[in-house]
Design a protein. Structure first.
Length: 71
């Protein structure tokens, strides 16, 4: 699920099959509109990056996924 934890890449922004690079402003896309998500972070890409990379949110999301799979 997580390319960093799976040792596919060392940094999340290096994983090419994700929209993460677009949200960080490293890549552009005609298909993805990042404004809605970034508006939740006052258009601060660094704040978004810290949120995504925080251990706390990752643990919560992993647990939610595990709980859903058990249903």
């Amino acid at each position: 699920m997580n390319p960093v934890e799976a040792s596919i890449v060392s940094k999340a922004e290096d994983y090419r099959r994700s929209s993460y690079q677009i949200y960080l402003g490293l890549k552009e896309s005609d298909l993805i509109n990042d404004s809605l998500i970034l508006a939740s972070f006052s258009d601060d890409r660094e704040l978004y990056k810290r949120f995504i990379e925080s251990d706390e949110i990752n643990k919560e999301l992993d647990q939610e996924i595990k709980d859903e799979c058990e249903l």
